[in-house]
Design a protein around this ligand. Structure first.
Ligand code: NAD
Length: 452
């Protein structure tokens, strides 16, 4: 029996629907995270040079909070939601129940290889599905821990972890699943969506894009710089919602650059290569891609990288031309273009002109500026006066719009993603009003119009 047939058989037996089963899987993930913290931390260090503090805050601890929050609220989320019933269908009751979809496929991503594999898995299992997880081959150490160790904590008839590269992904995509949850770039996202169409399988695409930062003159520049620097250089810039480029009011550009340089120095010291808190580029392909993006641009600090270690320092790029690859492609690394703009309307127009980003950050305390930005910029998530922190709020859905993806998850939204919201209407046999049955006449129709 193939792995997928096994999952299908398990699902059809109905075991995954019970609350006990769901809770036991969530407990399994929680134990995996607490008992394997050191193993996971070492794997994340090997893959991306993550410090143990970063591994904890953005991966292990983050996912632990996710599973604990899900355990705490799952019963409430799964309660059928009663809704009203119109007059013509009374006496009767209407409700919406959450039904698991079946066997789901999850593709993890390499930049947060633990979090981006387990968070969707938590939602899928909480919703009562069987799941096949393919972690990213680009982060092999974490992928191996997930494949070798995680299954020991879960129901192996219901959860399968399969390692592999694009060939394995291609084979998997030929099979029928009940949902595909993909995190990664848009090129593969399109391949996933095309393959899913063959089986009419719904997809969630968690993609990326260029997430802009607007800096107005009405903000605290020092705090702004620190918050941008933190969001940008975490994981050496390899974060899907990292600030991609900055559009700053020309009158405060110099001040912002000075404070960004201060922030870099205070976070990572004079030699970021020696900082234990600064990560590495995941592989040579991405390292070369980033060097290509850097090209001949002017770097405000200095060009600092070391190919042997795949180290690339935080670098500020001064006003690159709009048509350059640096300003056209998602950077996904430690290069930060700083572009001066004359006013907020220009900045808004530039963002509107580009593809809808996964996140947009705006630093301004001016309420009317905040209002204009909220009204005129469409993006996955909008965050004022900080970067990334919205990820810590499980009550906010996370996902893109337009080119940055479709669908959402985190907390209750994840459980909804992996469920069918099934409407159930129950009628009684009394009061069989003949009004709706043919033959019709004018009078019947006029009553129907009133009752519907
Ligand atoms: P990718 O899209 O190249 O690869 C991701 C997965 O696709 C891998 O598991 C790989 O095995 C598979 N794959 C590769 N080629 C394939 C093919 N031809 N057919 C089928 N499957 C194939 O990953 P990437 O582009 O390096 O990831 C970076 C991107 O992911 C960035 O754009 C980033 O913004 C985005 N991202 C988004 C999120 C989010 O939550 N929205 C999170 C992390 C990364």
């Amino acid at each position: 029996m193939t792995a997928i047939e096994q999952l299908r058989t398990t699902f059809s037996r109905g075991v995954t629907r019970s609350m006990d089963w769901r809770y036991s899987q969530l407990e399994g993930i929680e134990r995996f995270l607490t008992e394997q913290t050191d193993v996971l931390s070492a794997a994340l260090k090997a893959d991306l040079g993550k410090s143990s503090a970063e591994a904890w805050t953005t991966e292990i601890g983050f996912t632990l909070k996710d599973v604990q929050y899900t355990r705490k609220h799952l019963r409430k989320w799964l309660k059928p939601r009663k809704v009203s019933t119109p007059l013509v269908a009374r006496p009767g009751r209407s409700k919406i129940t959450l039904e698991p979809l079946g066997v789901v496929l999850i593709f993890g991503a390499w930049n947060y290889p633990l979090q981006l594999s387990l968070s969707p898995l938590i939602a899928a299992l909480a919703a009562g599905n069987c799941a096949l997880l393919k972690p990213s081959e680009v982060s092999p150490a974490t992928s191996k821990v997930l494949a070798d160790v995680l299954p020991g904590y879960l129901d192996s008839n219901a959860v399968e972890v399969l390692e592999g590269d694009a060939d394995v992904a291609t084979e998997l995509l030929k099979q029928r699943f009940d949902h595909i949850f993909y995190t990664g770039g848009s090129t593969v996202g399109k391949i996933v969506m095309r393959a899913a169409a063959e089986h009419l399988t719904p997809v969630t695409l968690e993609l990326g894009g260029k997430s802009p930062v607007l800096v107005s003159r009405y903000c605290d520049i020092k705090t702004t710089a620190r918050r941008i620097a933190w969001g940008k250089w975490l994981n050496a810039g390899q974060t899907c919602i990292a600030p991609d480029y900055v559009l700053v009011d020309a009158s405060v550009k110099e001040q912002l650059v000075a404070e960004l340089l201060n922030a870099i120095q205070s976070f990572y010291g004079d030699e970021p290569q020696r900082s234990k808190d600064y990560g590495r580029i995941v592989n040579d392909r991405h390292f070369n891609r980033l060097l290509g993006l850097l090209d001949e641009h002017d770097v405000i600090n200095h060009k600092d990288y070391d190919r042997r270690e795949r180290f690339m320092a935080p670098m500020l790029v001064d006003d690159p031309p709009a048509h350059s690859a640096l300003m056209q492609e998602e950077i996904f690394g430690p290069l930060l273009p700083i572009c001066a703009v004359d006013n907020l309307d220009r900045a808004i127009a530039k963002i509107q002109h580009a593809s809808k980003p996964l996140a947009c950050y705006a630093f301004t305390r001016d309420k009317s500026e905040q209002q204009r930005i909220e009204q005129h910029i469409s993006c996955g998530t909008l965050c004022f006066n900080d970067t990334l922190v919205f990820m810590l709020n499980p009550e906010l859905p996370f996902g893109g719009v337009g080119n940055s993806g479709m669908g959402r998850y985190h907390g209750e939204y994840g459980v909804h993603t992996f469920s069918h919201q099934k409407p159930v209407m129950t009628r009684r046999f009394i009061l069989d009003v003949a009004l709706r049955y043919p033959p019709f006449n004018k009078q019947k129709l006029s009553w129907l119009k009133k009752l519907m």
